[in-house]
Structure formats: C-alpha cells, structure tokens
Design a binder for this molecule. Structure first.
Ligand SMILES: [Zn+2]
Length: 71
C-alpha cells in the first residue's frame, strides 16, 4: 500500500509532497527560511537590516577601554 502524505506549505499554501520534500512541511528551503525569519523576529524583536559591528571595531573599542582603565 502506497500512500503519499500531502500537506500544505504554511507560508505560501502550495501542496507539499511529504516524501519528496526535504524542506517539509514547507514547499521549499525558501519558505522554510521565511518562516524561520518570522519566529526569530518575534522572539528577539531584532530588525533583520540592522548592521552588526565588525569584529575589528569591537576589538578596537575594548582595547581603548582597557587602556583608559590602566592609565
Ligand atoms: Zn511555500
């Protein structure tokens, strides 16, 4: 007996063939990432476009503070 389990992509509503879709329950990696982005936003409330400081900038500012503390 062969049954193809089907579901609907929660993001775009396309039918998803369970067995042939590695990104299930999403229709594609793309929809999976959209959903992931949604819950990350809700969880942390961080805007996706916010620029992160580079590692160099972090090291320079902590080095500057250490210098002040010593001298
Ligand atoms: Zn989809």
């Amino acid at each position: 007996m062969t049954t193809t389990k089907r579901t609907k992509c929660p993001i775009c509503g396309k039918p998803v063939e369970w067995q042939n879709t590695p990104a299930r329950p999403f229709c594609s990696e793309r929809c999976k990432m959209i959903d992931f982005g949604n819950w990350v936003d809700e969880e942390y409330g961080v805007p996706a476009e916010e620029a992160q400081p580079s590692l160099d900038e972090i090291e320079q500012s902590s080095a500057a503070q250490a210098g002040k503390a010593q001298g």
